[in-house]
Write a protein that binds this ligand. Structure first.
Ligand code: GTP
Ligand code: MG
Length: 213
């Protein structure tokens, strides 16, 4: 666990760590659009509701590390809940999304937070995202309300727009950074207890590779 990462040459397309991330929230808040904007820099105004679950992979370079992101895009529709919650386990980070022009999606945030608590690993990091901030005229959720709720839940908070490409990259980069910080903290505390049996458990929980940044 504490050994240095293997040396790789410049041409190596490999990665130092892999982070599994999940995007959750009500149907139509813009989860798929957010991922497409981030991974492909594309946007479409047509709504094709996700069936079950899908994923994209993107590699980012943060803190001198090549980090491969496996980003799972879940269906918001209730009928897929059993399928989607099965993917929470092992996720290192979540984007919990609502739509600033949709009251119901904001009212559901608490329930989604409970789902994370129930089905995910305790150390998973969460960012609350108020999407569609381009729709200022249709806004129903004040920025302060989003901020207050995220403070209560202990999550970080961003408003964003997949359509106008506002804060999309920033949200993912922040999530990667908070996961790196958490991993470093856990590694430090594990190293302080050299005979700790939890090391084995920690190893298996981080089978995708811990980030030492
Ligand atoms: P499910 O797959 O059913 O859970 O929905 P989803 O959360 O993946 O929503 P999706 O990304 O499919 O977007 C729903 C609708 O909102 C589509 O018509 C998108 O074009 C639109 N949309 C997504 N993001 C934005 C945004 O930032 N601004 C605006 N104005 N529309 C958006
Ligand atoms: Mg979708």
């Amino acid at each position: 666990l504490t050994s240095p990462p293997p040396q790789r040459d410049a041409a190596d397309q490999n990665f130092d760590s892999m982070f599994k991330l999940l995007i959750i929230g009500n149907s139509s808040v813009g989860k798929t659009s957010f991922l497409f904007r981030y991974a492909d820099d594309s946007f479409t105004s047509a709504f094709v509701s996700t069936v079950g679950i899908d994923f994209k992979v993107k590699t980012v370079f943060r803190n001198n590390k090549r980090i491969k992101l496996q980003i799972w895009d879940t269906a918001g529709q209730e009928r897929y809940r059993t399928i989607t919650t099965a993917y929470y386990r092992g996720a290192m980070g979540f984007l919990l999304m609502y739509d600033i022009s949709n009251q119901e999606s904001f009212s559901s945030v608490q329930d989604w937070a409970t789902q994370i608590k129930t089905y995910s690993w305790d150390n998973a990091q969460v960012i609350l995202v108020g999407n569609k901030c381009d729709l200022e005229d249709d806004r129903l959720i004040a920025t302060e309300d989003g901020q207050r709720l995220s403070d209560e839940l202990g999550f970080e908070f961003f408003e964003a727009s997949a359509k106008d490409n506002i804060n999309v990259k920033q949200v993912f980069e922040r999530l990667v950074d908070v996961i790196c910080v958490k991993n470093a903290e856990m590694e430090a505390s594990a190293n302080q207890q050299p005979n700790n049996k939890d090391l084995d458990i920690k190893d298996s929980q981080e089978s995708h590779g811990a980030c030492a940044c």
